[in-house]
Design a protein around this ligand. Sequence first.
Ligand SMILES: O=C(O)c1cc(=O)[nH]c(=O)n1[C@@H]1O[C@H](COP(=O)(O)O)[C@@H](O)[C@H]1O
Length: 232
Amino acid sequence: MTTPAPIAVALDAPDMETAARWAGLVTPHVSTVKVGLELYLRHGPDVIASVRGASGVQVFLDLKLHDIPNTVAAAARAVARLKPTYLTVHAAGGPAMVRAAVEAAPNTQIAAVTLLTSLSEADLREIGIQGPPADVARRMAAVAVGAGAQALVCSPREVAAVRAEVGPDVTLITPGVRPAGADTQDQARVATPEDAIAQGADLLVIGRPITGAPDPGAAAAGIAAALRRVSP
Ligand SMILES: O=C(O)c1cc(=O)[nH]c(=O)n1[C@@H]1O[C@H](COP(=O)(O)O)[C@@H](O)[C@H]1O
């Protein structure tokens, strides 16, 4: 039995049955499954037990909390009892907000999202964020880690810059991952799974390239095998 690959499969499904089926198919091959807004807003906490099953797979709860510190602390406390391995917040909420989440969920790694992978450089200019994405991601990363975040979410294009900023002890998580030749869909700053690992990512978030495949289990196994070839 090979070790599961450092992949979090984004279970962006319309219903719990589909999510649980995908989780069952990919779980032998990957370390983690991710529950996001669509599933959590539809089904609430029940979805966590459903995708976790009996497998012991790690659960990543991606709610991207972003509000005043008091509200984020209360929300983080409310989901901490579900024991997710990771919980996302937006780094742009600022240091007091990130710290509030960290303190409210001491047994969960708070993963601060630096800069959404769907934003292009033109989008960033339009919303008034100046400078190359790597510089912006580094600044966000430094603030979030200074506030106690144990993990960061960034594009694989910026993961090397973020690693240089925060050092080896922070878990770097990269969505915006597409196998060579795959459709990028609404993702703007992407790289292949092999490149993301080579640039220093610890955990790759991959959704539609796996869940949209005719056989999600085989797709996950294929990407896991490709990763083992670059990082045995
Ligand atoms: O926090 C995230 O997981 C996240 C941050 C980010 O910057 N970009 C991003 O795509 N994600 C999530 O990662 C997943 C990517 O899914 P695919 O584009 O289908 O591979 C989705 O569930 C997104 O919500």
